[in-house]
Design a protein. Structure first.
Length: 298
């Protein structure tokens, strides 16, 4: 059975429930499911920041019962060092959630709960969506994401699930997963929340020194520059300018800059009529990999 977590995490988390297994979750949600309450899920890997909290607030506004999952999913990391370095801050996360609402359900399964002794991702075919950008640079990443999201959906059976636009490609993958598996879950994509200097909120920002954190605003500045020049400059010119700026900014290592047609994510070399585009950047600073993107012609 679930246990109240006030004694461990303080009075703010007074009535919040910390659940570790699907069986416990089914018990806690039985009544809500019976009375057809709208169940909202916010999937996270913890190290919660304002972006996550915004998803939780949105979920509270749009659903009757809100589950926040905190699970660092090993199968979506193609780099063991990255997985090891991923911040794990459960106590702090729970206090932050308790400040928003004591009615939240926190689902924090162990790896064995989902994967048993077979720690591996399923294979999916998302065509173009997972063959570019994050999919191309982090082989197997989206198979891992789709595997765990499907497992989370099976455990929590939400009516609606909330994802951040910062991981734009991931939101398309999740929508495709829901479509392919006919899961009937609506996916709500919430805007990227930024630090005061424009840097997209991310759990990885925690790993940056304060100097790098202020320098990292450069990524969003580049995206804003591309957006400003989008209607007049060729794609080639934009690509050249961004690559050049990163080459001069020696603290950064640019992994990719792409302009892609959305929502298909076809990489584009020139503008087509009546087509929406988005620019994407992945870059490292102090060895920390950051991603961001911007709509170019909404
Ligand atoms: O965006 C994330 O934090 C993760 O990819 C997700 C969706 C929680 C799956 O592990």
């Amino acid at each position: 059975m679930y246990k109240p977590i006030c004694s461990i995490f303080g009075p703010l988390a007074l009535l919040m429930k910390l659940i570790k297994t699907t069986a416990e979750l089914n018990l806690v949600l039985a009544q809500a499911r019976k009375s057809k309450k709208k169940i909202g899920l916010v999937p996270t890997m913890g190290a919660l920041h304002e972006g996550h909290l915004n998803l939780v607030k949105r979920a509270l506004f749009k659903s009757d019962v809100v589950i926040v999952s905190i699970f660092v999913n090993p199968t979506q990391f193609n780099d063991q060092a990255d997985l090891n370095a991923y911040p794990r801050t459960l106590e702090k996360d729970i206090v932050r959630l308790g400040e928003i609402s004591s009615a939240l359900i926190v689902f924090h399964p162990e790896v064995e709960e989902f994967y048993g002794d077979q720690l591996k991702a399923k294979s999916f075919d998302f065509k173009q969506l997972d063959s570019v950008m994050e999919g191309a640079h982090r082989p197997g990443h989206f198979d891992g994401v789709a595997t765990v999201v499907e497992l989370l959906f099976k455990s929590t059976k939400p009516n609606i699930a909330f994802f951040g636009e910062k991981d734009y490609q991931q939101t398309l993958i999740v929508k495709q997963l829901v479509k392919q598996k006919r899961l009937g879950i609506s996916i709500e994509v919430c805007p990227t929340i930024r630090e005061a200097n424009g840097l997209a909120q991310s759990s990885r920002n925690e790993r940056l020194s304060s100097q790098a954190r202020s320098k990292a605003a450069f990524i969003y500045e580049q995206l804003l520059w591309v957006k400003r020049r989008f209607s007049t400059a060729s794609f080639e010119r934009l690509r050249y300018a961004v690559t050049d700026s990163f080459a001069e900014a020696t603290d950064f290592e640019l992994e990719y800059f792409e302009i892609a047609q959305v929502p298909e994510l076809t990489l584009s070399l020139e503008r087509k009529k009546n087509t929406k585009y988005r620019a994407f950047i992945a870059a490292r600073i102090e060895g920390v990999r950051l991603i961001d993107s911007i709509a170019l012609n909404e």
